[in-house]
Design a protein around this ligand. Structure first.
Ligand SMILES: [Zn+2]
Length: 422
């Protein structure tokens, strides 16, 4: 038997952490941040006999606490794709800076990610300790994202991480035809939502951009630094936005672009991405920002929900002109400036409330499977696995459990720090 403890991501999105113990050895999958101020982390699992830690992908709610785990012992190895390794380092450094060091690890510990990493390719099987064997499968969520499959005691458990079964302009979809598993720990983010056809959303978004620049305005697209910013660049490239309208990229997205260019094997069309990168102007400083707002053009700047980052700087420069547009391209969590903007055209940015005159548009490009995609992927995993549902609001976990049970499957919704025999 083995014990699986859910350290976080239970009926919530944030602080993923799954601790698997087999005989006298253990293995950890994900150790991420909960987005409080300062960020908080799952309870620290025992590092005695910890054989290693795997991260599904670079988003901070999965990777943000990894330096704390690696700092316990130089001998603890990190397993992830090279793209995940290179993407999570700048993100964690940035979080460290913003938190002014109020984190349970030091800036030096972040360098351990590089030192202690055993980069692992998709489909490659790695023996770990005496009891585990690990394989990563493409999860289709962001560049480098993986599902983590672990074999122990003749059984096989799959941690899906965040996944998308649909191909986007940036990411190939998640691996089709997953092998047989006995246990599956799955995300449930959009278990209550159906995403419209992706091409229709792309076209509508491009339409919003074109209308804005043609009336002499500037289109600000606040977008997540990893994944969404690059996808927007690829969409604009694909739809041939006239060259007279410059495209600017600012904030953490700049660094991410450099990493993604170095790892072309993780994206669907490296040529198209390279063209998009060549076309875009990188913004270095405030002088460049002033330049970017001088004539009609497009600005891609994190954060995706207008929560800080370079998007704040542009918002303050562009909000009061009805010719401009603020084009939101991801789900806006209630309470964020992006969500306020959509519901009442007002937003508190910094400490000030702004009445927004610019147009506000919303085109939701999801990087998660929707309810149909989740059920499709999960019910087709051979071996009649038992499901454990995490990484979703409470109602989403319930909804996915009900859908799977209807298909004759067994689904559990773990509570925080609950342990199961698996
Ligand atoms: Zn994610």
């Amino acid at each position: 038997m083995a014990q699986l403890t859910f350290l976080g991501s239970c009926r919530e999105i944030g602080r993923s952490g799954f601790y698997l113990e087999v005989k006298d050895e253990s293995f950890l999958v994900d150790y991420g941040t909960k987005f409080t101020n300062p960020p908080t982390y799952p309870d620290m699992p025992s590092s005695d006999n910890l054989q290693g830690v795997a991260i599904t992908h670079a988003h901070l709610d999965h990777s943000g606490g990894i330096p704390r785990i690696l700092a316990q012992d130089e001998a603890i190895s990190l397993f992830c794709t090279p793209a995940t390794r290179d993407l999570c380092i700048p993100l964690i450094r940035d979080m460290y800076k913003i938190s002014k060091g109020r984190l349970p690890f030091t800036n030096n510990d972040i360098a351990r990610i590089h030192r202690q990493c055993q980069p692992t390719a998709y489909e490659q099987t790695t023996p770990i300790g005496r009891n585990f064997e690990m394989t990563l499968f493409n999860a289709g969520h962001i560049p480098g994202s993986a599902m983590v499959s672990i074999r122990y005691n003749g059984k096989r458990i799959l941690f899906t991480g965040d996944f998308n079964n649909i191909e986007s302009r940036l990411n190939p979809g998640a691996r089709k035809n997953l092998p047989k598993h006995d246990i599956v720990v799955s995300e449930s983010t959009y278990a209550r939502r159906l995403n419209p056809n992706r091409e229709e959303i792309e076209e509508a978004m491009v339409q919003s951009v074109i209308e804005t620049v043609e009336r002499g305005g500037i289109a600000l697209i606040p977008a997540f630094a990893i994944g969404r910013s690059q996808e927007i660049m690829c969409i604009l490239e694909k739809y041939d936005i006239p060259m007279k309208y410059p495209i600017y990229v600012d904030g953490m997205a700049r660094k991410v672009n450099e990493v993604v260019v170095k790892h072309p094997e993780y994206i669907s069309s490296p040529q198209s991405f390279e063209r998009a990168v060549k076309r875009a102007h990188v913004v270095h400083d405030n002088r460049d920002r002033q330049n970017a707002i001088r004539k009609p053009g497009i600005i891609i700047a994190p954060a995706g929900m207008l929560k800080g980052g370079a998007s704040h700087l542009y918002f303050k420069m562009l909000y009061d002109d009805p010719k401009n547009s603020i084009i939101l391209v991801s789900f806006q969590i209630p309470g964020t400036p992006g969500a306020e903007l959509m519901s009442r055209r007002k937003a508190v940015v910094g400490n000030r409330e702004f009445n927004v005159e610019a147009q506000v548009m919303y085109h939701h490009l999801s990087s998660h499977a929707d309810s149909r995609g989740l059920v499709d992927v999960l019910q087709n995993i051979p071996g009649d696995p038992e499901f454990y549902l995490v990484h979703g609001e409470s109602e989403s976990c319930d909804a996915l459990a009900a859908k799977l049970e209807k298909k004759g499957k067994t689904a559990h919704i773990p509570e925080i720090n609950q342990t199961f025999e698996v």
